[in-house]
Design a protein around this ligand. Structure first.
Ligand code: ZN
Length: 552
């Protein structure tokens, strides 16, 4: 039914105009390659014994009982044992876990479930599987895996209605952060080459943390990049070898072939190293119809798997740093709104440990999780650059003009000296909001900021940040080139902006110039399903129904 739903959504967008009066193109059959998920239907939580399509039967304790060895250790054999239905009825089955698909002509399909057997995984299994009432639905998913036969790994994904698992270590860290740092006010300064976080407690105990863009570029990143280049070269060689007719010979190969011909020797088969044969406008003569060898397909899957694991490593890295930042700087960091998409273009393909957007998202998530655990409020606060101009002010309130290349802040009035990003982050830590959800209500509390200058340690700490100013990247501008709140791709922007003035569609997710009707409800929280672009089914002006409307 969910498949039918998604097909209908595409047809609906083609048949009926959306809120701007535009219709989408004819739905096309997608690629086999992109079809990776068959959604199952959710089970009923009000009627007993009502699962549809794919169901999960059995219990975790029954599974552990069935697979506990003589030494008392939980294990999973190489080939799982078949699970019979007790008396032909699955509803009374309480043994090992089994996924069942009923309604087939040849009887039920019962696939035994394999659980991770290592001791470190057992608390996670307990969290998700111990209460069968919370099991919700099962999707069938395939994902690319170069090691699996055929290049695909097939999995059944169980959705469980519960909170995410939090390890005891993480819970302890969050409890510590809530206890020790909840009173701190923090500010974040983001620019292309680094992220600077500063925080204080009532104007005292200033702490500054700098995360360099290239900090994670160690041996590991270089090794990954080299491996990727090696794989890409191997793929290119393989493609050229399988389709020699599509490439020119390189000049050296041509000269060599000429020499052989002159000497009267037969031509030699080589892998052509020249450019691809193409038309005058640069388009390949034969695109997309190359012959690809089996090893090419394997190599391509390996490359994709490697890219996925690199992305995962980056996310993990960002999450670890976010954990440390929230622990040290508190639960409500304020950040200036800035356009990350403009930076993304500048960052290009150069190596980086993580992007600032990824780090801000991780900080937001960690702050919310920490606050939720301690029953406090937390998360990133966004401030509009128009009202604050943090990089152009001093803590004493004096405007200190700086160009993009000025890395050092020197105030002629109070004599404060420091790295410009550190001063800017410290100023962000003194932001106050009339309405925390509205970026344009942010203002710097210069009274409190000036008071914090009275604390001698503040000047000392900021002066010490001068050594941070030196290794900054001079070839890149150190601040946003398009600091506008109207550009939807804002820092850490994972929620909707409630302010009417700033309520615009994000440029990178859709083409709508204004929100779709579902989103105009004040304080209305849209579900992801409702938030996508929908057809406007309200009668158009003149109350004339569109001709394609089904009025039955
Ligand atoms: Zn000053």
């Amino acid at each position: 039914m969910h498949l039918a739903d998604s097909v209908w959504a595409a047809i609906e967008r083609h048949l009926f105009a959306d809120s701007r009066g535009q219709r989408f193109g004819k739905p096309r059959v997608g690629r086999w390659y992109d079809f990776t998920r068959i959604p199952g239907r959710a089970r009923s939580h009000t009627r007993r014994a009502k699962w549809e399509t794919f169901r999960l039967h059995g219990t975790l304790s029954g599974h552990r009982q069935a697979y506990t060895g003589a030494d008392g250790r939980f294990f999973q054999p190489r080939a799982m044992r078949p699970v019979p239905a007790p008396g032909g009825c699955w509803w009374s089955h309480e043994g090992s876990l089994v996924m069942v698909f009923t309604g087939l002509g040849a009887g039920d399909l019962a696939l035994p479930v394999r659980l991770p057997a290592s001791p470190s995984n057992q608390p996670i299994l307990d969290h998700h599987l111990s209460d069968p009432d919370r099991w919700h639905k099962v999707d069938l998913v395939r994902r690319r895996d170069p090691v699996a036969a055929g290049g695909w790994r097939y999995e059944a994904h169980l959705m469980v209605l519960t909170t995410p698992y939090v390890s005891p270590g993480t819970a302890r860290r969050r409890a510590t952060a809530a206890r020790e740092s909840a009173g701190r006010k923090a500010g974040v300064d983001v620019n292309v080459s680094n992220v600077t976080v500063a925080s204080h407690e009532n104007g005292e105990d200033l702490r500054i943390t700098r995360i360099e863009r290239y900090a994670g570029d160690g041996e590991d990143t270089r090794r990954r990049a080299a491996k990727k280049r090696r794989r890409e070269r191997a793929l290119e060689r393989s493609r050229r070898a399988a389709n020699p007719g599509q490439y020119h010979l390189s000049r050296r190969q041509q000269e060599r072939a000429q020499r052989r011909a002159d000497a009267g020797r037969p031509p030699q088969a080589v892998i052509p190293k020249g450019p691809r044969k193409s038309r005058s406008d640069g388009k390949a003569l034969q695109a997309y119809r190359d012959r690809l060898s089996r090893s090419y397909r394997r190599g391509r899957a390996a490359l994709a798997a490697e890219a996925a694991s690199t992305a995962q490593a980056k996310r993990d890295h960002a999450r670890r740093i976010a954990g440390a930042i929230v622990l040290r700087h508190g639960l409500r960091p304020a950040v200036e709104e800035c356009s990350l998409s403009a930076w993304a273009r500048r960052w290009g393909r150069s190596l980086h440990a993580f992007s600032p957007g990824m780090l801000l998202t991780a900080i937001q998530r960690e702050a919310v999780a920490t606050a939720t655990q301690a029953c406090l409020s937390g998360g990133l606060l966004r401030a509009s650059t128009r009202t604050t101009a943090l990089s152009q002010h001093c803590l004493c309130g004096r405007r200190v003009e700086k160009t993009l290349t000025d890395r050092v802040h020197r105030c002629p009035l109070c004599g404060l000296v420091g790295d410009r990003d550190a001063v800017s982050a410290t100023l962000a830590a003194h932001l106050v909001f009339m309405d925390p959800a509205d970026p344009s209500t942010a203002a710097v509390d210069f009274f409190a900021a000036g008071a914090s200058l009275q604390c001698p340690a503040t000047r000392e700490i900021l002066r010490n940040t001068l050594e941070l100013a030196a290794p900054g990247r001079q070839d890149a501008p150190s601040e946003s080139t398009a600091p506008t709140a109207l550009d939807g791709s804002s820092a850490g922007d994972t929620w909707r902006t409630p302010s009417a003035a700033a309520m615009v569609a994000r440029r990178n997710v859709g083409t709508a110039l204004r929100p779709t009707p579902d989103e105009t409800v004040p304080c209305g929280r849209t579900t992801p399903d409702r938030a996508r672009m929908r057809t406007d089914l309200s009668p158009p002006r003149g109350n004339k129904l569109p001709s394609l409307r089904d009025s039955s």
